[in-house]
Design a protein around this ligand. Sequence first.
Ligand code: AMP
Length: 273
Amino acid sequence: MRLTTTKKELFDAIPRGFSVGFVPTMGALHSGHASLMKQARQENELLVASIFVNPLQFEALGDCDDYRHYPRDLDADIPLLEECGVDIVFAPSVAEMYPNDLPLVWVRTGAMGEKLEGASRPGHFDGVATVVSKLFNLVRPDRAYFGQKDAQQVAVIRRLVADLDIPVEIRAVPIIRGADGLAESSRNQRLSPTERTQALVLPRVLEKLKARAITIDAARAELATAPGVKLDHLEAVDPATLEPLAELTTPALVVAAIYVGPVRLIDNIEITT
Ligand code: AMP
């Protein structure tokens, strides 16, 4: 495995003429990231992963606790990258990615990026779309892999490549969960054992919705009254456009975000029947 930290090193490290799979991450790698890399490993001759905590997609362009406290430990991530068969890792500094200070020109995601997660995190999806566009230009992958865990991100990236004619195939990979049902997330590290138990109401409620055992309103009420939990949103939307659905018609994507202690957690479920 080759570790690169500059754009030039990355460019020189990627031999041309091979199919390239790409997995962008922010590090603090766990089994969710591994699942993306394993699928990408199977489907491509070369596997490139990036680790970059992108200030553009955080509140106040990174001048916030979430960005400052985001777990960063490249040495701890190396074994998992090796185990997944990654050929090239790109782990640039902020100065390397944004040498002219922050970009003047951004990718704008508009209404699609302003709803749901974007309503609580203004500018987040513009920051994601901008850095992902830069990474696509640097890596020039044939296929790029994103987790269904971030369902709105998948929908936004699909429209990014369609609307800007970026020649890359977007592959969505199913959510990986812990044995207790909580979706794996780097932010889970910041939950106390009690908070983790409290957070389990989120996957439980989504499962009940999938089984059509409760209504959307009942699901919202359950999350709103769960101990230690603050409900941000729970919505049924069209999976491709993210437009709200008046009723739970299929196919539907139910997306939800809650706060547990200091941590914002997201989860979602696809309902097809
Ligand atoms: P992050 O490092 O949080 O930006 O995540 C990098 C990629 O891994 C994104 O495409 C995420 O959607 C994906 N990912 C994170 N957690 C999971 C999970 N539990 N299951 C599947 N994919 C995930």
